[in-house]
Design a protein around this ligand. Structure first.
Ligand SMILES: [Zn+2]
Ligand SMILES: [Zn+2]
Ligand SMILES: [Zn+2]
Length: 226
C-alpha cells in the first residue's frame, strides 16, 4: 500500500482511514468532509481545511445544489415515515467558526439547527458547513431535519437518544445513496467512539433493527419509553 499523501510505499507503522486509504502518521491529513486521507496535490481551502479531489468535484456550493440534495433527502426520509415540514425552513451554507487552538478539521460543526420559540410558533434556521461533498451534505442534512422534526412535535429526550435518532436519519440516507462514499460514512457513524453521538447511535440503531419495519416514528415511540 502507498501513502495517500506522498505516494511512497508504506512500511512499518502507518494509519488507515475508513475509505481504505493509508498514510504515514506524519502525512495523515483528513478531508474535512469525507474524512479520507488527502493527497499532497489535493485542494486546501483558504481557511485551512483539507478537501479531497472527489469532495471538491462534488461539493455543494449553490442554492440550486442545496435544493437538489434537500429534495432527495426529504424523499428518503418520507419513505421512513418522516414528513410534514414547517412552511419556512431555510437552509444556509456557512463558513466554519473555529475554536482557537483546535485543528481545522475538527474545529467546527458540519450542521446546526437553530430554533426560536414564541407562544404561537417556532421558527427554524438550518446552517450547513460550506464545501461539503453532496453525499456528506445529505447525511448531515438528514440529521438536522430530524432535530426539526423533534422540535415540531415537542419531543425532548436525553441527548444520546436525540442525537442517536438524528444519526440514524443520516445512516438511512447514506444507505439509500449506496455509493463507496456513503458506505464509508455509514462506517464512520457506526464506529463513532463518542458517548452521545456514537453510543447514542448504537442504542437507537438497535431499536430500529429490532422493529425491522423501517419506520422512524415507530423507533421514536420506543425511545420515549426508554
Ligand atoms: Zn507519506
Ligand atoms: Zn473528501
Ligand atoms: Zn444533532
Amino acid at each position: 500500500m502507498k501513502c495517500a499523501y506522498c505516494g511512497e510505499e508504506l512500511r512499518g507503522m502507518f494509519k488507515k482511514d475508513l475509505h481504505g486509504f493509508g498514510a504515514h502518521p506524519e502525512h495523515a491529513f483528513q478531508c474535512f468532509s469525507c474524512q479520507r486521507f488527502v493527497a499532497s496535490t489535493d485542494h486546501r481551502l483558504p481557511d485551512g481545511r483539507y478537501q479531497c479531489a472527489d469532495c471538491m468535484q462534488k461539493e455543494v456550493k449553490t442554492d440550486k445544489h442545496v435544493e437538489w440534495v434537500e429534495t432527495r433527502v426529504k424523499q428518503m426520509l418520507a419513505a421512513h415515515g418522516i414528513d410534514k415540514w414547517p412552511n419556512s425552513l431555510p437552509i444556509r451554507l456557512i463558513q466554519p467558526r473555529y475554536t482557537p487552538g483546535r485543528p481545522a478539521t475538527q474545529a467546527h460543526k458540519m450542521g446546526e439547527t437553530k430554533v426560536a420559540k414564541s407562544i404561537f410558533s417556532k421558527s427554524y434556521e438550518v446552517n450547513m458547513l460550506n464545501h461539503m461533498h453532496r453525499i456528506v451534505f445529505g447525511g448531515v442534512l438528514a440529521h438536522e431535519l430530524l432535530h426539526v422534526w423533534q422540535y415540531e412535535r415537542n419531543i425532548y429526550l436525553r441527548s444520546e437518544l436525540t442525537e442517536g435518532f438524528c444519526n440514524l436519519g443520516s445512516w438511512i440516507v447514506y444507505k439509500h445513496m449506496a455509493t463507496p462514499v456513503s458506505q464509508a460514512m455509514m462506517t464512520i457513524l457506526e464506529r463513532d467512539p463518542t458517548p452521545v453521538y456514537g453510543d447514542g447511535f448504537r442504542i437507537v440503531k438497535a431499536v430500529y433493527d429490532n422493529l425491522a419495519n423501517g419506520s422512524l416514528p415507530d423507533v421514536m415511540s420506543q425511545l420515549k419509553k426508554m
